[in-house]
Design a binder for this molecule. Structure first.
Ligand SMILES: Cc1cc2nc3c(=O)[nH]c(=O)nc-3n(C[C@H](O)[C@H](O)[C@H](O)COP(=O)(O)OP(=O)(O)OC[C@H]3O[C@@H](n4cnc5c(N)ncnc54)[C@H](O)[C@@H]3O)c2cc1C
Length: 399
């Protein structure tokens, strides 16, 4: 009998999984997405970077799946005639104090097989990015810019052509494990599946609770805000200019990104969002905020990262502070060059009950349900590799 397989979440990961299922001829596939459009949350609100895999701990899922996902994304864009621009990236040591951390990233990049990575000195750096400043940098020429929402739509077309169904406006409000499968409840229908895969991004912990999975890890929403660079000043940035990230924090720091449509953005920062879909300070959910504040690990996280938190929140509300941070890497930048704040994104960052932010991708299996519990950056880059990994190691592992 044909198996019925449900996928919750119409972001890039859920759609990549649905596509892999239809391509493998695995049963009847149905995607449930609560919004009226695909890619409305993290997938449509990110930096659009195809990461080359510089930072990730060797052997981690992030390191392995980013390398495979990058290649699959490049091939997919070529096949579908979608834009894919290898604008290249510099990770810049602003001062000598950053050199040691840069060396760690270089070692990781070599182990991770980042293609054609090169360490450059201050003057070589300016041959690549004439307006950037720093004492040394790593240059990754194959880091690319793409449009992840367009990639998701193109993959969704493949799902439909392969016989799959995508239901929009279908919010899952309950899940019941039953003998021989799973019952999924939406406001308008009850659906039965033999297997279910959950890629619900900012709501992945909420949906995990529907199936009785552990409360930990939970999602801590972190907003990333971007400023747009004045078109008349976009010549200041040729490709991508990144700082050396703080290794205690899973975010990459405010960077300059030339996007696939030639726009240049500065960001994202990382401030705690006051709602799961809190795209500005004005969007507040008392329930989400209380859930974060009352989490057992909250005091530990606050104690360890309060300095970083104060700095990020200050930069969010005071443009000058954000600007001064960015100007360290492009000294010709003027405050008026940052013209307006553009669509922010909220990262679904998982943390556990000890207060630790989970670094790697995380998956749980509860009966017939596979739960993707942590899929932050570079999950967009890695989406097609995550799909194969989940299907082979969880969904169909016990066949
Ligand atoms: C600011 C920012 C910058 C980033 N930059 C990059 C980058 O440059 N490169 C990179 O590789 N990654 C980047 N990322 C990370 C990347 O965007 C995410 O890892 C990726 O999009 C995760 O995809 P997803 O499908 O898991 O989640 P999402 O895109 O968030 O999709 C989850 C979907 O589930 C749906 N959903 C939730 N609950 C339910 C429910 N109950 N019923 C039905 N549907 C539900 C949501 O509506 C949503 O559409 C960035 C993220 C952010 C926020």
């Amino acid at each position: 009998m044909t198996e019925r397989i449900g996928v919750i979440g119409g972001g890039i990961v859920g759609i990549a999984i649905a596509r892999a299922l239809t391509q493998r001829g695995e049963g009847e596939v149905t995607v449930l997405e609560k919004e009226r459009r695909l890619a409305m949350h993290q997938t449509g609100r990110n930096s659009g970077v195809v990461h080359a895999g510089l930072y990730y701990a060797p052997g981690s899922l992030k390191a392995r799946l980013c390398a495979i996902g990058r290649e699959l994304t490049r091939e997919f864009c070529a096949e579908k005639n979608l834009p894919y621009r290898e604008v290249g990236k510099l990770v810049v040591a602003a001062t000598d104090a950053d050199r040691a951390a840069l060396a760690v990233i270089e070692d990781r990049s070599i182990t991770n097989g980042v293609p054609d990575l090169r360490r450059v000195n201050g003057s070589e750096l300016r041959e690549i990015e004439p307006h950037a400043a720093g004492v040394a940098a790593l240059h990754s020429p194959h880091t690319a810019a793409v449009d992840y929402a367009a990639i998701t739509e193109a993959m969704a077309d493949d799902v439909r052509r392969g016989g799959g169904t995508i239901l929009l406006g279908a919010e899952v409000t309950g899940i019941r494990q039953e003998p021989g499968g799973v019952r999924v409840v939406t406001p308008t229908a009850d659906l039965h599946f033999d297997r279910l895969i959950v890629c619900a991004g900012l709501h992945s912990d909420v949906v995990a609770r529907f199936v009785g999975a552990s409360a930990s890890p939970k999602i801590l929403p972190f907003r990333g805000e971007y400023w747009e660079l004045d078109p008349a000043r976009q010549h200041l940035v040729r490709g991508m200019i990144y700082p050396v990230p703080d290794p205690r924090f899973p975010f990459l720091g405010v960077h300059f990104t030339r996007g696939v449509y030639d726009d240049v953005h500065v960001g994202p920062n990382a401030v705690p969002a006051l709602a799961r879909e809190g795209y500005s300070w004005g969007r507040i959910s008392a329930k989400d905020t209380w859930a974060s504040l009352s989490w057992p690990g909250a005091a530990t996280l606050a104690r360890e990262h309060w300095r970083m938190g104060v700095k990020e929140v200050t930069a969010s509300v005071l443009k000058r502070v954000y600007f001064e941070d960015a100007r360290r890497f492009v000294p010709e930048l003027e405050m008026k060059d940052l013209t307006r704040k553009t669509a922010a994104g909220v990262r679904a960052q998982a943390w556990d009950s000890s207060g630790a932010l989970l670094d790697d991708f995380a998956v749980d299996q509860v009966g017939a349900v596979t739960l993707l519990r942590n899929a932050p950056s570079p999950a967009a880059t890695s989406s097609m590799a995550i799909a194969d990994y989940l299907l082979d190691n969880y969904v169909f592992a016990r066949r």
